[in-house]
Design a protein around this ligand. Structure first.
Ligand SMILES: CC(C)(COP(=O)(O)OP(=O)(O)OC[C@H]1O[C@@H](n2cnc3c(N)ncnc32)[C@H](O)[C@@H]1OP(=O)(O)O)[C@@H](O)C(=O)NCCC(=O)NCCS
Length: 137
């Protein structure tokens, strides 16, 4: 059995570690600070984070990254399940080639609502996804 994953709200002192994790997470966005976040820790070490904002009841996922050593063990899903309790409707954009993230989002009920060609600086398209929020447990 894997070690327990502890979720908590992020604080400004976490932001430098978010940047370190983004640096080893191809596919992550560059947002690292200035917005609310959720942190996942294993053995008191940063395993992943989600950065988001909620405006007028609608949430937007701004960034999500899980440490390479902790991937595929449910950390990303746990972060999003917690975050999705904080608003009734969620939106996000993701690189069209990012099959890991797209698989995760679809598994949580996100459906494609749009596509922006050449959205990223390297010319890749963004897929826009939306999902209803989750009820608090
Ligand atoms: C995308 C990312 C956050 C997923 O985090 P994770 O903790 O590994 O995801 P989980 O273990 O919670 O996976 C949940 C589901 O997502 C899908 N998934 C996750 N990784 C996958 C992969 N490499 N290939 C295909 N599906 C994948 C699966 O459906 C998986 O469920 P399963 O393991 O029961 O099959 C992680 O791969 C990451 O940090 N990538 C780099 C940064 C990034 O791309 N961020 C997204 C920005 S939009």
């Amino acid at each position: 059995m894997g070690k327990p994953v502890v979720l908590r709200e992020g604080v400004a002192e976490d932001w430098a570690k978010f940047r370190d994790l983004i640096a080893v997470s191809a596919g992550a966005a560059t947002w690292a600070d200035g917005y609310p976040s959720l942190v996942a820790e294993i053995d008191n070490q940063l395993a992943g984070f989600a950065l988001y904002r909620v405006i007028a009841g609608e949430g937007e996922l701004l960034n999500l990254a899980v440490h390479p050593s902790a991937r595929r063990s449910g950390v990303g899903r746990a972060l999003l399940q917690q975050m999705m309790q904080l608003a009734e409707l969620w939106h996000l954009e993701v690189r069209e080639s990012n099959m890991a993230a797209i698989g995760l989002y679809r598994s949580l009920g996100f459906v494609q609502v749009g596509r922006r060609s050449a959205y990223y600086a390297d010319g890749e398209a963004a897929i826009l996804f939306s999902a209803e929020g989750l009820s608090p447990k």
